[in-house]
Every structure is written in C-alpha cells, then in structure tokens.
Write a protein that binds this ligand. Structure first.
Ligand code: PHE
Length: 453
C-alpha cells in the first residue's frame, strides 16, 4: 500500500519533514504574528516554546509513529489497545481539517500572486498600491474561493497520483533556491534607508508588550510551525526506518525552521519601516511588503514571480502533509481507496473553507460575522493552533512517559541501542516528564485567567 511506503534516505526524511514544517508558517504567519504581538519579545517567548514544547512533542510523535507504524488513530490503538488514547488521533484529524480551511485560502493568495507578479503588476509599485491590490483580492466575493479550489485540486492530484517521491526530489532542489531568494530579499531589505528600525523591532525585546494572550499565541505558533500536536509527525514517523536518529532529526528541523523564519522577518520588517507600513498590518503583511522589496530592483518582477512560485511550492508540500493525516486515517481505518479518501476530504475542505476565504478581512463578505469575537478565518486558526495542537501535544508527552514508559522510549531513541545517546535520552525524558506538561498547563491556565503571571 502506498501510504506504508518508507522514506528511503535520511535526506529524504529530513526534506519531507522540513517540507511539512517550513512553509507559510515561516514566510507568512511568523512575520505577521511577530508584527502584531510586539516583535523581539514575542520571538523570545516563541523560542522558549519551541525548545520546551515543540521539539519534545515532535520527537514523541516520531517515536509513536515509528513504533506503531500506523496513522495517528491506529497508532494509539496499537500501542494502548482498549483505551481511549486514540482520541488524540481524532483531535489531530480535526486540527488538520481546521488548518486546511484557512491554509488553502492563504495558499490561494500566494498562487494568485505568482500571476500578478508575472504580469508586471508590481513594477514600480507604491506602498498604497500594494495595499490596494491585496485588499481588492481578499475582499472579492469569488476570486479567493476560485484560487482556494485550484489549490485543493493541485494538492489532491499530487496525493492521488502518489507522486510524493517526485515532489520530494523537487523540494530538495527548490527549497535551497527559496533560501537563496530570501537571502537576496534580506540583503535588499537591509540596505533600504530606515532598515535599522526593522532590525531593532526583530532583535530588541520590549517585554511590556507581552500579555497573556500573546503567550498562548506564541505557544500555538510553535506547534503550528513545527507541524506538531496533530498527528502529522506521527504519520511521518511511521514512514521512517529504524536507523533514523529521531532527536537529531527534530533538532535539525527546528533549527532550519527558526533560521527561515528569521530570514523572512529580516526581509519583511526593514521594508515595513522603510516604506511606512504598519508592523501590525495582519495577514496581508507578506503580500504588501515583499512586492515593494522587489519593486525597484532590476528584473524585480521576475524575482518576485519566482519568490511567490517557491512560496507556493513550500505551501503545497505542507498541505500535502496536512491532507495526509485524514487520508491515511480513511484508508487504513475505514477502508477507503486513496482516491476516495482524498476527494472526500478535499471536497469537505472546499465547502467549509470558503467561509475562511470570505472572512479574511473586515471588508470581506463574511468579515463582520464574529464567533467568540473572532472571524471564521481567525477562529479556525485559533482553535487549531492554540487549543487542539497544544492539548494534543500535552497528551502526547503524557502518553510517552506514562504509557509507553522510559524503557521503550530509550529503545526507540537509541534505535535499540545502536546510538550512544544516553545523555540525550535522559535530558529528553526530563523535559517531557516535567517541563513540557508544566509549560503547556501554565500557559493554558494563564490564558483563561485561572493563573495570573
Ligand atoms: N508547519 C506548517 C507551516 O509552518 C503548517 C502545518 C501545520 C503543516 C500542521 C502541517 C501540519 O506552514
């Protein structure tokens, strides 16, 4: 069966996992959240969450997936038969759907920007104009939906055709290219007049901007960006072979993820200040600043087109890993064919996802409808990142410590004694036993006001 294929090489494992982790979260969400929630201080809290929660949960998921060799629901059923632990798997499927609802919408904007850039829309653009172009796109009643459907067709075709291998090969060469392009943006942005303020914004923490809300958002972002707490890494772990170094892989993924995020930040914030945008411009931040960064460069529109093309590819590989969660479940637990599983999931996302596409801006058709004070777009994001994923992560580490137990864990992490990494194992055990649960629980209690930090 195709979805019990294994990743064959170490590099394949790393690129596939990176393909899931490094994506719109880095290039779009990280800068926009950093802008909205106070810059460097937010990043510091975010980094703490990555080290104490993101990486440990990623390793735990790899362990569960590889040991059970199964989709998230099946994995918990196999490792703890007759218990309710498999509920974590279902929470993951719910999270993956919720993320897809708004993620496909943002990916649609990215796809559309490839063509906008290509047609020269942004040659010699002004800040007002880039704001206008973005505003027109997201307040349209049909354009974002059409792009969202195109995105879903692309992702579903890849999943059905099972050309992950081809994609794997493609990402191996294209992702370094995205890196080079980001570097070029950085150089350009850093040499703009006024760039200094952007750099300070990113590196000089001002902790007065940190509120309870901000802390839970940083935690949610750590989960979202590393694709953990919702079964993706259980699914991917199940494709790993027995020689893969699990903690090593997680650390490499997390480091690359941070590096790409910071590079995106360094491309965007100097431009924000140089061109007089607001750092808290929200979801449009990427789409209004990057065209300006390239606008006056020679061949700027070609580079901008390539930039959005590579971002679209990064978004597409992440969406494949998201869709793989319900698809693997439907195939293995419900006996669906891969095609039927993919089409059912994609159709559901297309129908419900239009509510995200039509609420991304206050001026959008559904932009004024608020549930718990949030638009559909924000609500899907909030529930998945700030509730389902941290809770999923919390129960995942509890499972690792109290159900799987230290001996099994040590066997998995050392590849049955092949690796000489006792120190790493002990440190990891200490973190997942005490620190990760404590951090998540404290942040939760704090966010609902039970605790006051
Ligand atoms: N990590 C991805 C990003 O940063 C989003 C994602 C979340 C992908 C969960 C898969 C699972 O864009």
């Amino acid at each position: 069966m195709q979805n019990r294929d294994k990743f064959t090489t170490s590099l394949g494992v790393l690129t596939a996992t990176l393909g899931s982790a490094v994506s719109l979260g880095n290039i779009w969400k990280f800068p926009y959240f950093t802008g909205q929630y106070g810059g460097a201080a937010f990043i510091v809290i975010y980094l703490i969450c990555v080290v104490l929660a993101g990486i440990p949960v990623m390793v735990s998921e790899f362990v569960i997936g590889r040991r059970a060799n199964s989709n998230p629901v099946g994995a918990f059923k196999k490792l703890a038969p007759g218990t309710a632990w498999y509920a974590i798997g279902y929470s993951g499927i719910a999270a993956s759907f919720l993320i897809m609802l708004f993620y496909t919408s943002v990916a649609g904007w990215v796809y559309s920007y490839i063509f906008r850039a290509l047609s020269g829309t942004f040659i010699n653009a002004s800040p007002e104009m880039t704001i206008g172009v973005f505003g027109k796109l997201i307040t349209s009643n049909y354009e974002p939906i059409i792009w969202q459907i195109i995105v879903l067709i692309v992702v579903s075709s890849i999943i059905i055709a099972g050309v992950q291998k081809g994609i794997e090969r493609m990402t191996k060469t294209l992702m370094p290219l995205l890196f080079v392009l980001l570097l070029l943006c950085d150089i350009r942005a850093l040499t703009l007049p006024g760039a200094q303020m952007g750099v300070e914004f990113l590196f000089k923490p001002d902790f007065t901007k940190i509120t309870r809300e901000v802390i839970i958002i940083a935690l949610g972002l750590a989960f979202f960006k590393l694709s953990v707490g919702m079964g993706t890494m259980v699914t991917y772990g199940s494709y790993f072979d027995k020689n893969q170094n699990l903690p090593g892989t997680a650390v490499k993924v997390a480091l690359s993820d941070i590096l790409v995020s910071m590079m995106a930040g360094l491309a965007i914030f100097p431009a924000v200040f140089a061109f007089g945008f607001e750092p808290d411009a929200g979801p449009g931040l990427l789409f209004i600043t990057i065209p300006m960064v390239f606008s006056k460069m020679p061949l700027g529109n070609i580079l901008l087109t390539i930039f959005f093309l590579l971002t679209a590819i990064a978004a597409t590989t992440a969406m494949m890993s998201l869709l793989e969660v319900p698809v693997a479940y439907l195939v293995e637990e419900k006996g669906y064919s891969r095609t039927k599983a993919t089409l059912t999931s994609a159709a559901t996302i297309a129908i419900l996802g239009s509510t995200a596409s039509l609420s991304a801006d206050a001026g959008s058709l559904l932009g004024s409808i608020k549930i718990f004070g949030k638009t559909f777009f924000d609500l899907y994001d909030y529930i998945s990142s700030n509730i389902l994923m941290p809770v999923g992560g919390l129960f995942t580490v509890i499972f690792i410590v109290w159900v799987l137990g230290k001996a099994n864990l040590a066997a998995e992490l050392s590849n049955d004694g092949q690796l000489n990494n006792k120190g790493v194992i002990n440190l990891f055990y200490l973190i997942v036993k005490y620190m990760t649960p404590l951090l998540i629980i404290i942040i939760f209690l704090n966010s609902i006001g039970v605790l006051k930090i």
